[in-house]
Design a binder for this molecule. Sequence first.
Ligand SMILES: NC(=O)c1ccc[n+]([C@@H]2O[C@H](COP(=O)([O-])OP(=O)(O)OC[C@H]3O[C@@H](n4cnc5c(N)ncnc54)[C@H](OP(=O)(O)O)[C@@H]3O)[C@@H](O)[C@H]2O)c1
Length: 254
Amino acid sequence: MSATGVWVALVTGVNKGIGRAVARRLGELGMCVYLGARDEARGRAAERELRADGLDIRCVRLDVTDEDFVTLAAKRVGAEWGHLDVLVNNAGTGGPVGAPSETPLAEVRRTYETNVFGVITVTNAMIPLLRRSTAARIVNVSSVLGSLTHAARRHDPSGVFPAGVFPAVLDYNTSKAALNALTVTYANELREEGILVNAVSPGFVATDINGHRGDLTPEQGARIPVLLATLGADGPTASFVGEDGTPTGQELSW
Ligand SMILES: NC(=O)c1ccc[n+]([C@@H]2O[C@H](COP(=O)([O-])OP(=O)(O)OC[C@H]3O[C@@H](n4cnc5c(N)ncnc54)[C@H](OP(=O)(O)O)[C@@H]3O)[C@@H](O)[C@H]2O)c1
């Protein structure tokens, strides 16, 4: 928030899926929401759809792997508002499921570019703007598949996968484990400044990333990310919260 009284948010990867649902909800809460989309035409289509409902939605071309686009996005938010209150690092990719020992290195590198290095690129570019907010929040959209504790126990606390089964997706799972480590590392840098940084496992959501096999809608999957984006000053930082249907979600092990 700033002197204008308007909350400003940036969500990455919003042309579809959980990201679009998060952007819609933050817009419905009265925020000005920048939609980061790498495909401008699809980003504009999402912008039109959400604006038609009266929301202050602004499409910004953003491939998180391209520093030039990220810098331009930060300059635009800075020029239009001078600050940023909420950053949701939602853009993600990965898969398919396969034996780790047979996963092509190129696939791992591609996933890390978006899920890990992309998050660092966007976060570092936005931190100067977040520091100008009175109550900034960063939400990293991770996955329970990134939990080392649950992987080691082969136990999915959400119950989507049966006991003893924990899908091995080398690129995706390890990139989300790295994203969890980034969450804690940034949280520790920023906690004294009142900037809360948390990770979320949104549940098993029916989107393109899993061939629409999930049992939650994108709107349901947006619930915990929005909760973490709108935490009060007494909210947690460096926490990993999963969707379990309870009001505040379930604290997950890293
Ligand atoms: N669905 C689930 O069950 C589930 C569970 C746990 C975690 N998640 C996480 O939730 C997040 C959203 O996924 P989703 O389920 O909504 O899948 P999705 O519908 O496939 O959406 C992924 C979004 O990320 C964007 N994206 C990918 N790479 C990008 C890049 N380099 N730059 C900018 N945008 C990029 C995609 O854009 P394009 O359309 O241009 O590819 C798309 O908008 C991901 O981080 C995913 O890992 C999902």
